[in-house]
Design a protein around this ligand. Structure first.
Ligand SMILES: [Zn+2]
Length: 442
């Protein structure tokens, strides 16, 4: 008997957690936070003063009370990648399960840094599993299939069951020309398709968009265009992007060398995600950029920065969503005594994640920056999520018996359902789940 329970992440983007039961063994996929709810609750407070109960009732972490009757059967907590909506709740929820946490080297490294930084206590064993390899836990075969996304070493998880594979594909895109790491292992997905796939739980975030998600090389070209194709002589260049997007940061390193500009990374999360990459030897940012992670040092560096050097530097800093505590916001709002000159460039290598808070924060930040006469370059970015035509290729590779749209609002999941119908899936083979619903498959 195979049963799947949607714990969280099936009503809006964020706070992902799903459980799979095969016989008397349960595997948990992902344990993420809802970043917006988390920040609203925690704010500037000390996280150690906030209880799991408070986090749960604020909607910041998944409500895993739904798994109470399965608790003692959990054999593994398996994490797909290092984004907070997939790993962020591990410090709060994992310890109640007597099971190891299994993830790729990069994800484990980031998780360890988060735990250390916040003095969390997680008693579970960490098991490192590389992309494109497998592990057998208590007789259950768990495999990591390399996938492309917007942070390194993202994987799809496949679990072998007597009725076929169950594949969990949150998050992914099909990038055939990745800038960092390998492309999605389509060959293995097709092999599994030949062997028989019972169910595919799949990222629906961008399923409504009739296109293929562009490769990261397209974002690299967009960066080339605004960095090399614009006259920035004598002006400072500031770039802000997702701190966990090491491929994007790698492109920035490349162009800073072509421009013969020195590179400085400013901000705590940049420091964390980049040093995690360096520590497992998939990047070497510490050799290529000056990295300043913490508040006072950042302040000191910027406040003493010599005026005549502006044209020789690129600063990469936190603040792409207009977060009030980011380095870019602190400069814009005058909390750090560093000013922009007319014609300095601020490049947003990201898109606004459309939550009310982000939209408002970004609007205010942009207005503030424009009032200081900087040149703004927005949306120098491609997404890390599959669009409709990537989803079609994934479904064609796996040919699953059942499709379970996940990772998104009802509209997003309905778009994936529509695609499945288009691909001649009958209604009873497309399973629409809400949080705290379960389905038995056979
Ligand atoms: Zn992600």
């Amino acid at each position: 008997m195979v049963e799947i329970r949607a714990v969280s992440g099936y009503e809006k983007v964020g706070r992902n957690m799903t459980a799979l039961r095969v016989g008397d063994k349960v595997i948990i996929f992902d344990m993420g936070i809802d970043l917006e709810n988390y920040i609203k609750l925690v704010g500037e407070d000390d996280i150690s003063k906030i209880s799991v109960k408070q986090l749960r009732s604020a909607g910041a972490i998944p409500d895993d009370s739904f798994l109470e009757d399965w608790k003692d059967m959990v054999k593994a907590i398996v994490i797909t990648h290092a984004h907070l909506d997939h790993i962020g709740a591990v410090p709060f929820l994992a310890s109640k399960y007597n099971a190891p946490i299994i993830a790729t080297p990069y994800t484990i490294e980031v998780l360890k840094k988060i735990i250390k930084e916040n003095h969390f206590k997680v008693k579970n064993e960490f098991k490192v599993l590389s992309p494109n390899s497998h592990i057998v836990i208590d007789g259950v075969r768990i495999e990591f299939i390399n996938a492309t996304h917007s942070t390194p070493q993202t994987v799809m998880i496949s679990v072998k069951t007597p009725q076929g594979y169950v594949v969990y594909a949150n998050d992914y895109k099909l990038d055939h020309y990745p800038v960092l790491g390998r492309k999605t292992n389509i060959k293995r997905l097709r092999e599994m398709g030949d062997e028989g796939v019972l169910a595919l739980i799949v990222d629906s975030t961008r399923a409504a968009e009739s296109r293929k998600t562009p490769s990261e090389t397209v974002a690299r070209d967009m960066l080339r265009d605004v960095l090399l194709g614009v006259d920035h002589r004598g002006k400072l260049i500031v770039i802000t992007t997702f701190s966990s997007h090491l491929a994007r940061l790698k492109s920035i390193v490349h162009f800073s060398k072509l421009l013969n500009r020195k590179l400085v990374f400013l901000g705590r999360s940049l420091f964390k995600y980049c040093t995690a990459g360096d520590d497992i030897n998939i990047s070497k940012f510490s050799n290529e950029a000056k990295m300043i992670g913490y508040g006072n040092k950042i302040k000191r560096f910027l406040e003493k920065f010599p005026e005549h050097e502006r044209g020789n530097y690129i600063f990469v800093m936190t603040g792409h969503q207009g977060e009030p505590n980011s380095v870019l916001s602190k400069i814009a709002y005058g909390k750090i005594k560093f000013h922009f000159n007319e014609g300095d460039a601020v490049i947003f290598s990201c898109r606004v994640i459309p939550t009310e808070t982000n939209i408002e924060n970004r609007k205010r930040l942009e207005e503030k920056l424009l009032s200081q006469n900087v040149r703004l370059f927005k949306d120098i970015h491609v997404s890390g999520h599959a669009c409709k035509e990537d989803d079609r290729d994934l479904i064609n590779a796996l040919r699953p018996k059942f499709i379970i749209p996940s990772h998104g609002s009802k509209d997003m999941r309905s778009a994936l359902k529509k695609l499945a119908v288009e691909m001649r899936y009958s209604e009873n083979r497309i399973i629409m789940m809400n949080n705290h619903t379960g389905v038995k498959l056979d």
